[in-house]
Design a protein around this ligand. Structure first.
Ligand SMILES: Cc1cc2nc3c(=O)[nH]c(=O)nc-3n(C[C@H](O)[C@H](O)[C@H](O)COP(=O)(O)OP(=O)(O)OC[C@H]3O[C@@H](n4cnc5c(N)ncnc54)[C@H](O)[C@@H]3O)c2cc1C
Length: 77
């Protein structure tokens, strides 16, 4: 398995701080918080929830958000 360089978590924190200044932009993948498949799945679920929160915070074109008012389904991994 590959390993991150020393200081990785600090770099990720800085990247996430910069990305937070761009609402609607989300980063995901093995480059950030774990290369194992289970890490990637866990992060995917967390980011999917954040995407849903972001989408639910915005009015839709039809004026309703009902189609988005649900949590991301969880798998059994
Ligand atoms: C040979 C090998 C063996 C491994 N064995 C294990 C193991 O036994 N256990 C374990 O826990 N981990 C293992 N890993 C690590 C783990 O598989 C990866 O870290 C993990 O799958 C990465 O997930 P990811 O979603 O970040 O990236 P990926 O799984 O690479 O997914 C990225 C996806 O994005 C797609 N994509 C790329 N560019 C674009 C684009 N421009 N537009 C649309 N789609 C795009 C790609 O086609 C791909 O489907 C292994 C990795 C490798 C390479």
């Amino acid at each position: 398995m590959p390993q991150y360089r020393l200081g990785h978590l600090e770099r990720v924190a800085e990247i996430e701080e910069r990305v937070s200044q761009h609402p609607g932009m989300f980063l995901i993948g093995c480059a950030y918080r774990g290369v194992g498949i289970s890490d990637c799945i866990h992060e995917g679920e967390l980011v999917a929830d954040r995407v849903m929160e972001y989408l639910n915070s915005r009015p839709s074109e039809s004026g309703t958000r009902e189609h988005l008012d649900q949590k991301t389904p969880r798998n059994k991994y």
